[in-house]
Every structure is written in C-alpha cells, then in structure tokens.
Design a protein around this ligand. Sequence first.
Ligand code: 5GP
Length: 372
Amino acid sequence: MQKIINETKLDFDDVLIRPKRSTLNSRSEVDLVRSYSFKYSPRKLLASPIMIANMDTVGTFGMAKTLCPHSAITCLHKHYTKDQYIDFYKQQTNSDLVFYSVGTSEKDIDKAIEVFKVIEQSKQYPNICLDVANGYTEQFVKTAYRLRNLFPESIIMAGNVVTQEMTEELIIHGRVDIVKVGIGSGSVCTTRLKTGVGYPQLSAVMECADAAHGLGGHICSDGGCKVVGDIAKALGGNTDFVMLGGFFAGADECEGEWKYEWLCGQGTFKEFWQPFDPEVPTTKRKVSLKYYGMSSKNAMNKHHNGVAHYRTDEGKCVTVPYKGTAQEIIMDIYGGLRSACTYIGANNIKDFGKKTTFIQVNNTHNKIYEKP
Ligand code: 5GP
C-alpha cells in the first residue's frame, strides 16, 4: 500500500484559469442556466450551478424565495418543523430549485416521509440532500439506497466525500444522482484542525467529477469558495454544481443572531444582538450576523442540547458583515461567471469545464492593499 501520495493536490488558490481566444462578443451572450438530466431521477432540472448550503443561517425559506427567480438552488436546513416545510412547499411555485435535507437518523427520515406524503398530494416533488460530515460509512450508503427506494422520482444528492472510490460507491450502490464533494474546505469548518483529515478542494473536484461523469452521475463542489473566481475554478474543474455557505452569510434572507444598530438621537448608534424572529418586522439596521458551522458548539447547543460527550465540535463561529439582499450577491456571482466564460470562450456553463486550462501559480493576485 502506498503510504504517502507524493503528487501535490491543489486548492483554488494554487491555480488560475488561462485566457483563450473567443468568438463571444459580449458577456450578455453567456447562458448560465443549464438543463440537467440525472442518472436515476427521471426529472429534469433547469438551473444555474449555484446551490446555497443547508446550514441553518443560509439555507432558509427566505433564501429560496429570493433565489428561485434567479434560477439558483437552495438546500433548506433540516431544522424547520414538519408543518413549516409543508406550508413552504404549498406556497412555492417552483420546488425544483429547492432541496429538502436529511441526515441518516430515523427521526429525519420519518419526518421526510411525512412531509413528502402531504406535499405530493399537491403535485410537488422535493429533491433530497442527504448530508453527513463523513460520507465514508456503510450506513451512509445504505441510507442513500433506502432513500432512493422510498423516493424513486426525487433528485438525490448525497455527501460529503472527496475521493473517486467513494464517489463511485455512492452512485453505483447508493443510487444517488449527485455526489457532494468536500471535506474540511468550508469557511467555518475546523475538521482539518481537529482531525488532520481533508483533501484540497480543486483536486477533489477534478478527481470526483471524472469518476462521477464516467458513470453518468453529477457532483457538487461543497465549501471553500472565498471569491467568485473560486466558483469559476470549481466549474473549470468540472463540477456540475457549486455549494456556497459563507458567500451568502450576511444576506438579508439569513436567519440566526443578527447584530442591529439603532439610531438613538443626535446621530449616535446603539448596537445590540437579537435572535431572528420572522414575526417581528424590524426597522433597525442590520450590522452583522453570527455565521457558524453546523458541527460547531453554537449549532449543537441550539439543536442537540450541547456537544455529546464522545465527540468534539468541528466548526467555528464568526461574525460576518451585513451584505444586503441575496439578489445582489447572486447578481455579482453571475456577473463574474459570465465574464469568466468570455475569457475562455465558453458560451454556456456546460462548456466551462471543457474550455478550462489551469495554470499552477505561486501568487493568484496582487495583495498590496490587503490587510496583513
Ligand atoms: P463555505 O461556503 O462557507 O466555505 O462552506 C460551506 C460548507 O461548509 C457547507 O456546505 C458544509 O459542507 C460545510 N460545513 C458547514 N458547517 C460545518 C461544520 O461545522 N464543520 C465542517 N467540517 N464543515 C461544515
């Protein structure tokens, strides 16, 4: 057995995309919406490759409502109640662009069965995101297979893994349509620090995409995009979807603890934290949001009564500035992606990977005005 893999694996920061001659005259000619068909699900999806992470701050109903008209996909977090999901799906005109999240617990699966039963009556079909931190267990593959049998029509995405053999296992034996790729790359993830486990994201994407596409499956690159250029690089590495958390953290549509400021006479501001409450509309100004990993102490205290004695937290909590609406963020992403397409002569997003050549670099950009 080879104990050390000597080939250097790459992250987004290790490469740039080489420009190429192009016949495109304008960015407006670029089509970012792609028609996807899947290995198992008979359903088609017309969407951009952008997915919002199923974290309880960003994977919200509000995010889905704002982003559906922009053809971006929202993976809802799994902590809403059964009735909240049912209400949401009943109101949602295009549930194609929404994924319902589950873990491997019986509780999650029972809840999914109940929700799906009700919403199927109103001719809605949720897509499913089966999400665990470590997609390398037998139990995980069995759960994916079980979900396929329970919901044969659904588009099923499952992860996370970072290697070819597990991508193949999930597609062949788990019967999933999309494999979610990324371990340790997320902005609020501490897995690499706590366990030493991980895989540079760009190499993981290129290798898993190759395995998945060979079998007629798809992948979603999950985590680690810090700038729009990283999204372009993930697409250049042949991912079909790109999942983003931190990018949308701080958007108006986020739930969680917001810091507000309140004008209190003579131009002075008072700042304070307040948990999100959709029932209480606010005229105060948002300043920042607590964005935390779903395996952080914050998330475990909120959803599981603390960290179980046999495990450790693998996520952290940061404060991110208010960023305006999710619409502004998605438009900025699309602008960057259209520009990237024109630089390499790709007139649609499906061609992006085929047209990309990477250059390995020591410096990605000029940092002279960045804070040390
Ligand atoms: P970001 O876009 O912020 O870089 O990454 C988002 C991704 O980070 C999520 O989709 C998820 O895969 C991952 N993630 C979220 N919370 C945690 C956590 O607490 N621990 C770890 N290891 N990963 C997390």
